[in-house]
Design a protein. Structure first.
Length: 175
């Protein structure tokens, strides 16, 4: 079904709006997948806060032109599904990595984050990036460690004094 100009402009505007607020983008070839498999991908993506859309390559090029994902322009060839991480940089990678393991015909072609194009082999690395909550937790642990060490060190001085005095008392009692 051919799209008229207004429909094309709406698609470009929608994808551009999503791309401007996204942390990372992934383009994957879906050739050979059934409608049911693509629906399962969309369901899993929605649960993870990932925007997934099949867009014609010329429309995708226009939508991504003024965003951090303009670097993907040259790789937009063939039937591609675009996935944009809305909540954290690794969410789209986690969803697509899991889906790719279950579906041999699904192949990641493009990965972009922060205006840089990554190799498709970097999908696993991007998927291992911590979520926002995990990153905050790790930061708090790093910030807490020196304070905890200082408190333990300061507490050790009076403890050592008490143990020394107890040893002296025991030595005098034994004599």
């Amino acid at each position: 079904m051919a799209l008229n100009l207004a429909q094309k402009e709406a698609i470009v505007a929608e994808v551009a709006e999503v791309a401007k607020s996204a942390y990372s983008a992934i383009g994957a070839e879906y050739r050979g997948l059934s409608v049911e498999q693509m629906t399962n991908l969309r369901v899993e993506a929605r649960k993870a806060g990932v925007y997934v859309r099949v867009v014609k390559n010329t429309l995708a090029q226009r939508a991504l032109a003024d965003t951090d994902f303009a670097c993907m322009r040259e790789g937009l060839k063939g039937p591609l599904v675009l996935a944009f991480s809305q909540q954290d940089p690794g969410s789209a990678a986690r969803v697509l990595e899991t889906f790719a393991k279950a579906n041999d015909k699904f192949e990641v072609k493009l990965i972009a984050i922060g205006g840089k194009l990554l190799a498709p082999s970097e999908l696993g690395t991007l998927a291992k990036m911590p979520t926002y909550e995990e990153a905050i937790s790790q930061l708090m642990a790093v910030m807490k460690a020196p304070v905890q060490k200082l408190a333990a060190t300061i507490n050790e001085v009076p403890g050592k004094l008490v143990r020394t005095l107890a040893a002296v008392r025991d030595a005098k009692e034994a004599a």
